[in-house]
Design a protein around this ligand. Structure first.
Ligand code: ADP
Length: 852
């Protein structure tokens, strides 16, 4: 143990001025340092020095609060303790500071100050016990083992030191020897020089700073013993009292004393007063109570209590202490048995869903069914609902409404880009920086065990070396397994069976099949123009007005304007960009209204000047109407035009319909031919299936060239003879694949080979076979809606997709003319004005269809 007797400290010492905590020789204390002078001392002296000497500093207690560390130096306490800095830890949070661990060596007094900046440097005089020869001589005779008694000739100092030693032994006897730190001190007590005892013991027992200061100021050994002894005796009395009360409660026969913060042997202090709630040392007791109150399952509680036991034995400076502490805090916070009460009323739910969302009838119906079954059977192990559709069609917002109808908490977990399974299931606690997964985190946030969890974008889960998050989700979503979901961080099972999971995705194609299997997919298709107008007027405009602090009396957006925004400024399946555009209008109007206000104010100041009023823009009349002119002013020139008709002015262009995760799209196919050797070139980022469709189309057209009077560039009977063909699918940056462009390629090439124009208002979709049949394709509703949006009048569809037309809104069906095609004859007939030569009225196999 360090004591000052053998050490010669430098005569010039940098001084650490502390206002809290007193360092006594022989003890180790942790100081937090954040005042400018002290910070400079650490950074310029401690961190830069390389010798042992440079780590010795003087600690001056009882200085004014460093908060008020001004330029002028406060008056310093005359006695300080020289100490050796054994550890320096820097941190930036919550403000830059260092934490120093300092072991006291010996007392000193300041003789003169040498400089004040950047840190205080002083000339010091060391108080060394060895210099007090007479005291030492007296004491040396009593350096006998503890068992030996004291003789009658013992002087006052001898008696005192013996008494003190006995008291220290008694105190240690009352502490729990199973604590390693207590056992170690007991062993050391006998080997410690007696003169160090007052300092060491005073720093360990519960004493106030003022008392410690008294011990520090006691320069003579005798005085020091006299000062410290009453404190020690008081501690023993306190402990006795505590043990008496303890005996009354049967489960605590042994006094377990918590180890106080900042203590590293020999400096730590035993907190003997566990009832004091706000003391740090009592944290563990409070934690234990909280653990019992958390109503966690037996198994979890057992693990927690075991961890708590370990925690109690750990010094706080150990990194594992914080780790275990955080773990236990989380366990206490988790809603093991806290839940909200479901208030399910189907009629109210229906009204709420209808009020929140326009259209989407099929989805609402299925959601109501789901809720109804839940009402009848509370422990429903039903499928997980997964809403699949383009962005902005209200998937998230329906999820939120469901939570509201049930009166449950709502939490959204974004899974897009998650590629590490520990994101879902947490890290094991052995990792540095380990934390629980998103599910457990979500539960901690909502603080109930039956929230609605919206797993957003399950189709965008990634995969990486860190494991497959989809596999981890399987366990979460499987009603058979999720009652014992084990997060790696928690390492005990948590029951997720009360949680209502809803997933959303843009497409099912990228959802791993096993995961898809656990879910019931509900398609949420895009909206028609009319539906969007309704949604805008029933919900979006109102929301945007509120968000921008406007009222309907200030801003009016007529239906035509909304229609114009939808067709000229947005091209989307959902309503998200429509909402943004409406927001832009609100912002512009807010500026106008605010300007109007200032104008009225200035006018009010000079009422006698009405002539000027005409010059300044008069405050707008309310409400401000957004007409087409205003719209152009605010949003700029239209972003999208009805471009279909303009592009079909040459043979060799046709319009197809494609499906993307963002909704339906129209897709142009262009073809041109030139002299060559019968080569086919394809451009526009195409997948393999699309390329095959192009080859199929060419083969079928060549085989039927005679029937349809198709020729090459010089009028020969084989369209490919001496000719190269180039097929291009514009919007090249997007990868396109799938068979549904088959009919479009055939139509486009038929137009090229025959020199006839395809009707400008027709779009088509369908897969083809080599024999000329048209096979069904998916995404009909989205595709037809896209065609409708783009101003197409006629849509050619495979015959077997006819059944999908019922899903379309009546007005769209009324606006469009549908050609149902069983084979390519029907397609060509529908795509060209007045039919196509060689196809009239034929509905049999194409190669038999020739009536020529
Ligand atoms: P998603 O999750 O499908 O991408 P959101 O749920 O975030 O879309 O919806 C985007 C916005 O559109 C929200 O403000 C939502 O309220 C609104 N919205 C979408 N569909 C409807 C609807 N049918 N009725 C009312 N508002 C809707």
């Amino acid at each position: 143990m360090a004591s000052g007797d053998g050490i010669q400290i430098p005569s010039r010492l940098p001084l650490l001025l502390t206002h809290e905590g007193v360092l006594l020789p022989g003890s180790t204390v942790r100081f937090s340092v954040d005042s400018p002078r002290n910070m400079q001392l650490v950074s310029q002296r401690l961190l830069k020095g390389t010798s042992l000497k440079s780590t010795i500093i003087g600690v001056i207690p009882n200085t004014r609060d460093p908060e008020q560390d001004t330029d002028d130096l406060p008056s310093l306490h005359k006695i300080g303790t020289a100490g050796i800095a054994v550890q320096v830890v820097g941190s930036n949070w919550p403000k830059p500071h260092y934490t120093l661990l300092i072991t006291g060596l010996c007392r000193f007094s300041v003789t003169s100050l040498l400089k004040e900046r950047p840190f205080v440097l002083a000339e010091v005089k060391q108080f060394n016990i060895k210099t007090k020869v007479e005291q030492l001589d007296k004491l040396e005779q009593y350096m006998t083992p503890a068992s030996e008694g004291v003789t009658a000739e013992d002087g006052e100092l001898g008696k005192l030191s013996h008494k003190f030693y006995q008291a220290a032994v008694q105190l240690l006897g009352m502490l729990d020897m199973s604590l390693p730190v207590v056992a170690k001190f007991r062993r050391l007590l006998d080997s410690l020089p007696r003169e160090t005892l007052p300092d060491v013991v005073a720093s360990m027992i519960r004493t106030s700073n003022k008392e410690k200061l008294q011990v520090l100021d006691a320069l003579s050994l005798e005085e020091r013993f006299k000062k410290a002894l009453p404190m020690l005796i008081r501690q023993i009395e306190g402990l006795k009292l505590l043990q008496k009360t303890r005996k009354k409660s049967p489960d605590n026969e042994k006094t377990v004393l918590s180890v106080r913060k900042g203590g590293v042997f020999p400096g730590q202090q035993f907190n003997l007063d566990e009832e004091d709630e706000d003391e740090d040392g009592d944290d563990t007791a409070a934690l234990e109570r909280k653990l019992h109150r958390a109503k966690m399952p037996e198994a979890a509680l057992k693990v927690c209590l075991k961890e708590l036991k370990r925690l109690k034995k750990m010094p706080q400076s150990m990194p594992e202490f914080a780790l275990t502490r955080n773990y236990l805090d989380l366990m206490v916070e988790l809603p093991w048995s806290k839940s909200t009460k479901d208030c399910l009323d189907i009629r109210a739910a229906r009204t709420l869903l209808d009020n929140d969302h326009y259209a989407m009838d099929k989805l609402k119906r299925r959601v109501l069914e789901y809720l109804a079954v839940r009402q009848l059977k509370t422990l429903l192990k039903g499928p997980i609902l997964c809403f699949v559709g383009p962005p902005g069609v209200g998937k998230t917002s329906v999820g939120r409404s469901i939570a509201r109808t049930l009166g449950r908490e709502f939490h959204r977990i974004a899974l897009g880009g998650v590629c590490d399974q520990s994101d879902i299931r947490g890290h094991r606690r052995t990792y540095v920086g380990s934390m629980p997964g998103r599910i457990i985190n979500g539960l901690k946030t909502v603080a109930v065990n039956n929230p609605v969890f919206l797993l957003d974008e399950v189709d965008k889960l990634g995969k990486s070396l860190q494991g497959d998050p989809a596999a981890a989700l399987l366990e979460v979503l499987d009603p058979e397994q999720n009652h014992s979901f084990t997060d790696h961080y928690l390492n005990v099972a948590f029951d997720l069976s009360q949680v209502l999971f809803i997933a959303t995705a843009n497409t099912t194609a990228t959802i791993p099949p096993a995961l898809l299997d656990r879910m019931e997919v509900l398609q949420v298709p895009g909206y028609t123009q009319e539906e969007k107008v309704e949604i805008a007027h029933r919900h979006l405009i109102q929301n945007q007005l509120e968000q921008h602090g406007l009222t309907p009396q200030q801003l009016h957006i007529p239906q035509d304007t909304t229609q114009n925004i939808i067709s000229s400024y947005t091209r989307e399946a959902g309503v998200r960009s429509l909402e943004r555009k409406l927001g832009a209008i609100c912002r512009a109007v807010a500026v106008k209204i605010a300007e109007g206000h200032t104008v009225t104010k200035t006018e009010a100041l000079s009422p006698e000047n009405p002539a000027q009023r005409g010059d300044i823009a008069a405050p707008p009349e309310m409400p401000i109407m957004i007409d087409h002119v205003a719209l152009k002013d605010i949003l700029g020139p239209p972003l999208f035009e009805m471009e279909v008709s303009e592009r079909l002015t040459l043979p060799g262009v046709a319009v197809g319909l494609a499906w993307t995760p963002l909704g339906g799209e129209i897709l142009f196919v262009e073809a041109s031919r030139m002299e060559g050797e019968g080569q086919l070139t394809l451009t526009g980022q195409l997948g393999d299936v699309m390329k095959e469709s192009a080859h199929l189309a060419i083969s079928w057209l060549r085989a039927n060239a005679k029937t349809y009077q198709l020729t090459n560039m010089v009028g020969g009977p084989d369209p490919m003879e001496g000719t190269d063909i180039h097929l291009h699918f514009p919007a090249g940056a997007v990868t396109k694949d799938g068979p549904s462009a088959g009919v479009t390629i055939v139509t486009c090439l038929a137009s090229l080979f025959s020199g006839r124009l395809v009707r400008s208002d027709v779009a088509m979709t369908g897969e083809i076979t080599l024999r000329g049949l048209v096979l069904p394709v998916g995404g009909i509703k989205d595709k037809v809606l896209a065609a409708h949006r783009a101003g197409v009048k006629r849509v050619i569809l495979p015959k077997r997709n006819e059944k999908d037309l019922v899903e379309l809104p009546a007005n769209v069906r009324a606006d469009l003319d549908f050609v149902i095609a069983a084979n390519l004859d029907d397609v060509l007939n529908g795509a060209f004005d007045g039919g196509f030569p060689g196809t009239a009225g034929t509905h049999t196999q194409p190669q038999l269809s020739s009536k020529l």
